[in-house]
Design a protein around this ligand. Structure first.
Ligand code: ADP
Ligand code: MG
Length: 261
């Protein structure tokens, strides 16, 4: 496999932040790749540096050393080719659903008529056609995340970066959004890097799951998930693999608590 077969490539990433005026290493010598069209899950405990990691891939931050490559090119700034979806959706509450989705299209100077066509299409994909004039505060949590996903995919990114996008939702809504996201992934063929602390979610969605340690964050284990789709959170195979991963996650958390003492 040549290096251009890897869509996203992280090489020797180190990142620290100042903590009480001293640098604290958050990510240490992190290496991994995602293939084109892969659904990659990054699983780690809270504070393991997952959000830092996706911000680096998005180009919103730069590593202290090492590099992030997208299609073989160094990532040095944010781009429409890599869109980040946040846990809270980061929507504009004073705008309607349609205006939120149009936001990125406006900054790309896409003509109105073309915008309408694109917005119609994504509203249909996320099942919100009847809510295009609604304001964000009128929507449920699940609907808000649908808008956030619509706002991202309308820009037709090559890579969708998702930072715990469903963590604040109830189990049923999350389940429904898992199905919808999987559908979107199949239809668009985009590469997805999905961050979560929820083991079952990672097994349900991912082609691969990378387990991250904490203090500092590193890839400690990698699991290939070959369970056929559609997968459900209650499937025996999902439950069994989740149990195995959870054991490793617990060991990782214990080890990081020890090292923090
Ligand atoms: P996760 O998303 O896995 O919970 P984060 O990437 O948010 O982890 O944070 C990892 C660590 O880095 C935490 O200890 C957090 O307090 C620290 N951190 C994150 N962002 C900053 C920042 N901008 N400045 C200082 N410390 C930060
Ligand atoms: Mg986070």
């Amino acid at each position: 496999m040549s290096s251009s077969d890897f869509h996203i490539q992280l090489r020797g990433i180190k990142k620290s932040y100042l903590f009480r005026k001293k640098p604290r290493l958050i990510l240490d010598n992190l290496d991994f790749t995602a293939k084109k069209g892969e659904f990659l899950c990054l699983l780690g405990a809270s504070g393991s540096g997952k959000s830092t990691l996706v911000r680096l891939i998005a180009g919103l931050e730069q590593p202290d050393s090492g590099s992030v490559l997208h299609g073989g090119q160094k990532v040095s700034a944010p781009s429409d080719k890599r869109i980040l979806v946040f846990q809270d959706g980061a929507l504009f509450p004073w705008l309607t659903v349609e205006e939120n989705i149009a936001f990125g299209l406006n900054s790309k100077k896409i003509p109105r008529s073309e915008q309408k066509e694109k917005i119609d299409k994504v509203l249909k994909t996320v099942g919100l056609e009847e809510f295009r004039q609604a304001y964000i505060h009128q929507l449920s949590g699940g609907m808000k995340q649908r808008v956030a996903i619509a706002r991202a995919i309308v820009l037709e990114p090559e890579v969708l970066l998702m930072d715990e996008p469903f963590a604040a939702l109830d189990a049923q809504t999350r389940d429904q959004l898992h199905l919808e996201l999987q559908d979107i992934w199949r239809k668009t063929g985009c590469t997805i890097v999905f961050v979560t602390h929820n083991v079952r979610e990672s097994v349900r969605l991912g082609d691969r799951v990378l387990l991250l340690s904490s203090n500092p964050g590193k890839v400690v284990k990698e699991y290939s998930v070959s369970i056929p789709h559609p997968r459900y959170i209650e499937d025996h195979a999902v439950v069994d693999l989740s149990r195995e991963i959870l054991k490793s996650l617990k060991l990782v958390v214990q080890a990081s608590e020890q090292s923090a003492k």
